[in-house]
Design a protein around this ligand. Structure first.
Ligand SMILES: [Zn+2]
Length: 182
C-alpha cells in the first residue's frame, strides 16, 4: 500500500491526462493531488520518497505526473528533502534517474542539480545510455564545459550516437564542445 502508487493506478484506470497540457491542464489529476488531506500528506511524502517507479511508469507520462505532484505546496516545500532521498536510493534504474532529472529536478530553482548530474554521468559511463547523455546536454547546454567527464563521454563512447550528434547539428550545443578528450 503506497499512496503515490495508488494515485498513479487511479490515473491509469481513469485514463487521466497527466501532462503539462495546454488543453485540459491535467485537471482531473491535479484535482486529486489537491485534495490530499492534511492528515495524509505526511504519509504521501514518505510514500513518494519510497515509491516503486516501475509501478508508477505504467502510465505513459509518469515523469510529468511526478512533476505535477509538486504543485502541492507541501511537496514543493519538501522537494529538496525528497530529491536528496531519491539520490540515495540505489534501486533507481538509469531510466528513472534520467526521467527525474529531465522532467523534474533540472527545472527546480534553488536546488543544485550537480549531485544528480554526477550520478547520471556515472550511469552513462557504466551503461550504454544515449538518452542520459542527451538529457544532460539539453539540460546543461554550454554549461557542459563544467563537467569534463561528460565531455569525454560525448567525444568518445557516444560520439557516433545520432541522438548526440543531432544536438550539435541543430545548434542546441556549440561545436566548441567537440574534440574534448580530457
Ligand atoms: Zn490534457
Amino acid at each position: 500500500m503506497n499512496l503515490v502508487e495508488d494515485l498513479f493506478e487511479k490515473a491509469r484506470i481513469n485514463r487521466w491526462c497527466t501532462r503539462h497540457c495546454t488543453t485540459c491542464g491535467a485537471l482531473d489529476f491535479r484535482k486529486e493531488v489537491g485534495i490530499i488531506q492534511d492528515g495524509d500528506i505526511v504519509q504521501f511524502v514518505e510514500d513518494l520518497k519510497n515509491c516503486d517507479f516501475d509501478k508508477c511508469s505504467t502510465i505513459v507520462d509518469w515523469s510529468e505526473a511526478i512533476s505535477l505532484l509538486f504543485h502541492h505546496p507541501i511537496l514543493l516545500l519538501r522537494s529538496q528533502e525528497i530529491f536528496d532521498y531519491w539520490l540515495e536510493r540505489s534501486d533507481l534504474s538509469p531510466n528513472h534517474c534520467d526521467h527525474l532529472y529531465f522532467y523534474l529536478i533540472r527545472h527546480f530553482r534553488g536546488i543544485s542539480p550537480k549531485p544528480w548530474i554526477d550520478r547520471l554521468i556515472g550511469l552513462a559511463e557504466d551503461n550504454w545510455h544515449p538518452s542520459i547523455v542527451e538529457s544532460l546536454l539539453i539540460g546543461l547546454r554550454n554549461g557542459a564545459v563544467d563537467y569534463p567527464n561528460l565531455l569525454i563521454l560525448v567525444n568518445t563512447t557516444y560520439k557516433d550516437s545520432p541522438r548526440i550528434t543531432k544536438l550539435f547539428l541543430n545548434g542546441t550545443l556549440s561545436k566548441k564542445l567537440l574534440g574534448f578528450k580530457g
